[in-house]
Ligand binder design. Structure first.
Ligand code: C2E
Ligand code: MG
Ligand code: MG
Length: 601
């Protein structure tokens, strides 16, 4: 027989009562008998029946011994007709394992109380939400069951949840709901694929700023509608289909919960671009927008929501950087490069503390006599994971995040200590050491003080230290950098301009700074590599540069001297010193010491 209450438990054939049902009759009589036994009992009965709260007394097998009027009213049946009916049938408690055993425990008086929330069906067909509580009574074996109608509270909760999960401007699911669905999709389908279009409008801020927030909001709403249409046209259905969400500001996402492959996602992205290209007519204004879209598509297994979003975020950034108004597909290789950059950047400081850096030294040779005059210190990172890394991989990062300050200080100290060691080991004309200095070291640290301290500590004469700065670092320098250069120069330290010729090449300006040497960039020297492939213009320029530099009292070092013909030409032109593979590649300190021995002999 169908009870007035129905629930999933009944449909799934779950039976709460498993004991022989004959016992129930007698316990029912016993309850009636006991209820007549004293004043308290009848008081209790009267109160029970008059109570507003729908209640029933049930036996250990879950059969109703008696139900009050309020319960009858709640379910739309006469209270006495509930008697002797199994409560499971009555309440349709769709109980899963855990709740079910808790219910039995409570019925048998083994726990204090159990409660659960269930959807019940009234006799007239409407459903209601009920909170069902089972409390053992002091009479052994019987329990008090109460059913509170919590439909209103549930409705309110649901409305609140809807508000919390949706964006008021576009009425789309918001970030919270989006992440909930994404996490659910990734957890549920271990074999499928999931895809995501991460959409950001180009230039939306300008719309907001020039036309106001009202138009901005209308535009977002109109965009949301077009995205929804794209999702529907692209095969998105109500359940298990594409979710369109507003993640905040002018960012939207289109989630494809069971993707058929990359193609589906890129097609979807393409259709979004096309849909947004059509102008929007808003409050008498005709507006055009474009969007950038990051597309990610991958196997669901082993993917987390955070990973997927990070990938989408990176890909969106690429789409913007590649020129906007486009979609870009996630590229693992491009990402690996970015990850390495990130990994390197975040570990630089610790690497300095751990002593993971080493210096190599490249000879600087006099053109006139081929004698070793100095060396340039070049830093390398002995990375525990990535092997030895050249400065081009990390100096830029170190400048960005400020790690160049401790790293540069270490390079300076180590170089001076090494130069002083060579000086002690070998008599004869001492080598100067040339150290690269990044502009940020001048700004963010007390370079003058550091240099003074290091010279004093190591005992290296200031005249044997040369600092290399790039042209752009000293150009337009006023205030602090200029003062620093002057102070260093007064100390006796030589300032050289590195990679000269790649920047402004303003010699007249440089001559007014305390600069003593130029290092001609390799690109100049490359122009006259061999006798046959020489570029006369380059030679003319270099000749003029060297002459002018000499007139201004600057010495000139040529970088990247790779062959004897180049060396010969540079010597003729009058360059002072050269550095490059023709003489030697950068090498360890010990090998420089060996060269010094040979020279001395
Ligand atoms: P740089 O100061 O211009 O250093 C010269 C670069 O040219 C070195 O590259 C050197 O190995 C390379 N080189 C030398 N001879 C030749 C040659 O004949 N042909 C060619 N093609 N290349 C040659 P490296 O060691 O990779 O250094 C790259 C740059 O990193 C340096 O350019 C310098 O700007 C920077 N750097 C190196 N060490 C430091 C440092 O301790 N601090 C700072 N701030 N920058 C550094
Ligand atoms: Mg240099
Ligand atoms: Mg250079």
């Amino acid at each position: 027989m169908n009870g007035p209450l129905e629930g999933p438990g009944k449909d799934s054939g779950e039976a709460l009562v498993t004991q022989p049902q004959t016992i129930t009759e007698s316990s029912h009589k016993r309850w009636r008998r006991r209820a007549h036994n004293g004043h308290n009992e009848s008081d209790f009965r009267a109160a029970f029946h008059a109570a507003q709260l729908p209640m029933a007394i049930v036996d250990p097998n879950g059969r109703v011994l008696t139900a009050n009027r309020a319960l009858g009213a709640l379910l739309g049946v006469e209270a006495r007709r509930l008697t002797a009916r199994p409560i499971a049938e009555l309440a349709g408690l769709g109980l899963d394992g855990r709740v079910r055993s808790a219910y039995h425990e409570a019925l048998q008086g083994r726990t204090d109380r159990m409660s659960c929330t269930r959807r019940l069906k009234h006799a007239d067909g409407h459903t209601l939400w009920a909170e069902i509580t089972v409390t053992p009574t002091s009479r052994g074996g019987e329990a008090l069951l109460s059913i509170a109608d919590i439909s209103e509270r549930r409705d309110l909760q649901e409305r609140l949840r809807h508000l919390q999960m949706h964006d008021p401007v576009t009425r789309l699911p918001n970030r919270t709901l989006f992440f909930e669905r994404l996490a659910g999709a990734l957890a549920d389908s271990a074999t499928g694929r999931t895809g995501l279009c991460y959409i950001d409008l180009d230039g939306f801020k300008a719309v907001n700023d020039t036309l106001g927030h009202r138009i901005g909001d209308s535009l977002l709403d109109a965009v949301a509608q077009r995205l929804t249409q794209c999702a529907e046209a692209g095969g998105g259905t109500e359940c298990g289909g594409h979710l369109v969400a507003r993640l905040g500001g002018d960012e939207f996402a289109l989630l494809v919960e069971s993707s058929t492959g990359t193609e589906q996602l890129t097609q979807l992205a393409q259709s979004v671009l096309a849909a947004l290209q059509r102008p929007f007519d808003l409050a008498g204004q005709r507006l055009s927008v474009s969007a950038s879209i990051g597309v990610v598509e991958r196997e669901t297994a082993g993917t987390t929501a955070t990973e997927l979003m990070q990938a989408a975020d990176t890909t969106l950034y690429w789409a913007k950087a590649d020129g906007k108004a486009r979609w870009t597909l996630f590229d693992p290789e491009r990402n690996a490069h970015r990850m390495t950059r990130q990994a390197l950047s975040s570990t630089l400081r610790r690497a300095v503390e751990r002593g993971e850096f080493v210096l190599e030294y490249q000879p600087i040779v006099g053109f006139a006599d081929d004698m070793l005059r100095g060396v340039e210190a070049l830093v390398r990172w002995r990375h525990p994971q990535f092997g030895t890394l050249g400065p081009d991989r990390f100096i830029g990062l170190a400048e960005e995040n400020g790690a160049i300050v401790p790293l540069g200080r270490w390079v300076l100290e180590e170089s001076c200590r090494q130069a002083r060691r060579w000086m002690r080991q070998h008599h004869g004309p001492p080598l100067y050491i040339s150290v690269n200095v990044a502009v940020r070291q001048v700004w963010d640290s007390d370079l003058v003080q550091d240099v003074a301290d290091i010279l004093e500590e190591t005992g290296l004469p200031a005249g044997l230290l040369q600092l290399e700065l790039t042209e752009s670092a000293v150009m337009g320098s006023a205030g602090r950098p200029l003062q620093a250069l002057q102070a260093l120069s007064e100390m006796g330290v030589r300032i050289a301009i590195d990679d000269f010729g790649t920047g402004y090449s303003n010699l007249a300006y440089l001559s007014r700074l305390p600069v003593r040497a130029l290092k001609l960039d390799g690109t100049f020297v490359r122009g006259f590599r061999t006798a046959r492939h020489q570029n006369p213009a380059d030679e003319t320029i270099v000749t003029a540069l060297v002459q002018l530099a000499h007139k201004l009292g600057l010495t000139v070092t040529a970088e990247c001297v790779e062959g004897p013909a180049q060396a010969e030409r540079l010597r003729r032109i009058g360059c002072d010193t050269g550095q490059g593979w023709h003489y030697a590649k950068p090498m360890e300190a010990d090998r420089i010491a060996e060269m010094l021995v040979r020279v001395a002999v």
